[in-house]
Write a protein that binds this ligand. Structure first.
Ligand SMILES: NC(=O)c1ccc[n+]([C@@H]2O[C@H](COP(=O)([O-])OP(=O)(O)OC[C@H]3O[C@@H](n4cnc5c(N)ncnc54)[C@H](OP(=O)(O)O)[C@@H]3O)[C@@H](O)[C@H]2O)c1
Length: 199
């Protein structure tokens, strides 16, 4: 398969890309790095990226930011950071990307544990994760011959040192386990699923 991985050089993305390369052709998209550059919080940049890449068999998004802060400190504009990046970035990957998928193709999005089990300072990040879950369940009702899933993981092993103080008591997920979640979506037949990966 020809697979586009947006965020394919990130902490999770590079492990997913490495595995996919064993069996597939992989094109990596990143904000600054990769084979093609994209700012996926900007729909016109997504269109430009697909114009360069052309048709693929599978699209994977492993990127997206949201602002972390106490609810009392978050302004309306702070909420729009996560809405424009992690939420609408991934919605637009489906909205625009579906026209660049070969028949029977798939799209795999990314969220995290915060959707179900938020921690301090995550009203924005938890909200956009939950929104993506609802979006995936609804969009598959209307897409014929295109699968869409989302991988929702707990804090991953390779990011544990950086984020452990924000996630007290969360057991880090082995990278192999999270990569398997993406492979299940890309190479399997499932659709509309929230693939939850916990340690
Ligand atoms: N780390 C965890 O434990 C964990 C757990 C569950 C869910 N998640 C979620 O999974 C996603 C990836 O996490 P990560 O830890 O792998 O992040 P990361 O190490 O910061 O990597 C993010 C990747 O996405 C790319 N990227 C960032 N913003 C972009 C944009 N606006 N347009 C296009 N590409 C962009 C970056 O490109 P460049 O390389 O070019 O900068 C980078 O390759 C995030 O949404 C995160 O919330 C993470």
């Amino acid at each position: 398969m020809k697979i586009l991985v947006i965020g394919g050089n990130g902490t999770i993305g590079k492990k997913v890309s490495q595995r996919l390369l064993e069996k597939h052709e992989v094109i990596i998209a990143g904000r600054n790095s990769g084979d093609v550059q994209v700012d996926f919080s900007d729909a016109s940049s997504i269109k430009k990226m697909f114009g360069k890449v052309g048709k693929v068999d599978s699209i994977v998004a492993i990127a997206g930011d949201a602002k972390w802060d106490k609810f009392n400190n978050l302004s309306e504009d702070d909420f729009y950071i996560g809405i424009k990046s992690k939420l609408m970035g991934q919605v637009n990957v489906v909205r625009i990307g579906k026209d660049y998928l070969n028949n029977g193709g798939s799209i795999t999005l990314s969220t995290g544990i915060l959707a179900d089990d938020p921690v301090d300072m995550t009203t924005s990040a938890a909200m956009v994760n939950g929104g993506i879950h609802s979006f995936v369940k609804a969009v598959v009702l209307e897409l014929n011959n295109i699968r869409v899933n989302v991988v929702c993981s707990d804090l991953v092993e390779d990011a544990y040192e950086k984020y452990k103080d924000y996630f007290p008591g969360n057991t880090p997920v082995p990278m192999r386990k999270i990569v398997d979640g993406y492979v299940k979506s890309i190479e399997g037949k499932i659709t509309g699923r929230i693939i939850r990966i916990m340690a």
